[in-house]
Design a protein around this ligand. Structure first.
Ligand SMILES: Nc1ncnc2c1ncn2[C@@H]1O[C@H](COP(=O)(O)OP(=O)(O)OP(=O)(O)O)[C@@H](O)[C@H]1O
Ligand SMILES: [Mg+2]
Length: 271
């Protein structure tokens, strides 16, 4: 069904070099509106680099990315966010001494039309009230309502990542890129996050996920794109990817964590 619609994101023969290192070689894939697609691959495969190209943090050495039909070359990260493409980062950064609620408020102010100074001086009470409502709504959405008055630094690492997701959702994206969102989460937190991803998609947001947690990737993805040493080695639905010998070998060639992930993926398959 999605095949007949125009892609929301097209990665068009993108290559990235860092000096002599080819971080990405000729990466080419599309994401269709409403899909949940995962980009997987061993450490150093080029996944974060691909996100950096899509979001304007890095200029590709070749190729281009198109989002909703617009070429993104030359655009600044904030301009790409304005087009409706938002992301979270692999490393979370919150203001640890501010409350969770204030962290979201700061994020909303940063991108909003409301000037922080007006709010602080009480000049824009209506705007302030709307922002507070929005912050509460976002915290509720990501499941952090109960923690909103706690200092962000007191949250578990996995919960801090949810603050990043709330801030990315605050930009009202048409598409969200998540870079290892469940790293640092335990199994039950990960299950909650899977439901969050589904709720994000139900609200019409397309999702591109980078994640090492293979059981989670297999469960949530409509389609998976596999990178190894900067090259696309496989693309398809979870059932095809988990039994693809090239993919299994790429993971088995890596360290034990990746090996375990591949094993867990097979176990999920067998279950
Ligand atoms: N700014 C940079 N300068 C030089 N090399 C870089 C830079 N960013 C990434 N690289 C290299 O590019 C390759 C791809 O890195 P990238 O961070 O995209 O991998 P990844 O797939 O996200 O890995 P991980 O799963 O560990 O997060 C690696 O060899 C990395 O060392
Ligand atoms: Mg990475």
């Amino acid at each position: 069904m999605s095949e007949i619609r125009a892609p929301i994101l097209s990665v068009d023969h993108v290559g990235v070099r860092f000096g002599g290192l080819v971080a990405i070689a000729d990466l080419h894939f599309d994401v269709h509106p409403g899909e949940i697609v995962s980009l997987i691959g061993p450490n150093g495969a080029g996944k974060t680099t691909a996100f950096n190209v899509m979001t304007g943090f890095l200029k590709p050495s070749q190729g281009q990315v198109r989002f909703r039909g617009t070429g993104l070359q030359g655009l600044q990260p904030h301009e790409i966010v304005r087009l409706g493409l938002s992301r979270t980062f692999q490393r979370t950064s919150v203001f640890p001494d501010d409350t969770v609620f204030d962290n979201v408020m700061i994020g909303l102010h940063r991108r909003g039309r409301t000037r922080l100074v007006d709010t602080l001086l009480g000049r824009d009470r209506a705007g302030e009230a709307a922002l507070r409502d929005r912050a509460r709504e976002l915290l509720d959405w990501v499941g952090l309502s109960g923690r909103s008055q706690d200092k962000a630094g007191s949250l578990a690492y996995g919960e801090q990542r949810l603050v990043g997701v709330a801030l990315a959702l605050a930009t009202e994206p048409a598409m969200l890129l998540l870079d290892e969102p469940v790293s640092g989460m335990n199994a039950s937190e990960t299950q909650v996050f899977v439901r969050l991803i589904r709720s994000i998609r139900e609200r019409g947001v397309t999702v591109l996920l980078v994640e090492h947690d293979m059981p989670m990737v297999m469960e949530v993805s409509d389609r998976i794109v596999v990178l190894n040493y900067g090259r696309l080695i496989a693309e398809g639905p979870p059932a095809a990817i988990r039994s693809d010998p090239t993919v299994i070998e790429a993971y088995l060639g890596q360290g034990s964590a990746a090996r375990e992930a591949a094993q867990a993926a097979r176990e999920t398959n067998d279950a």
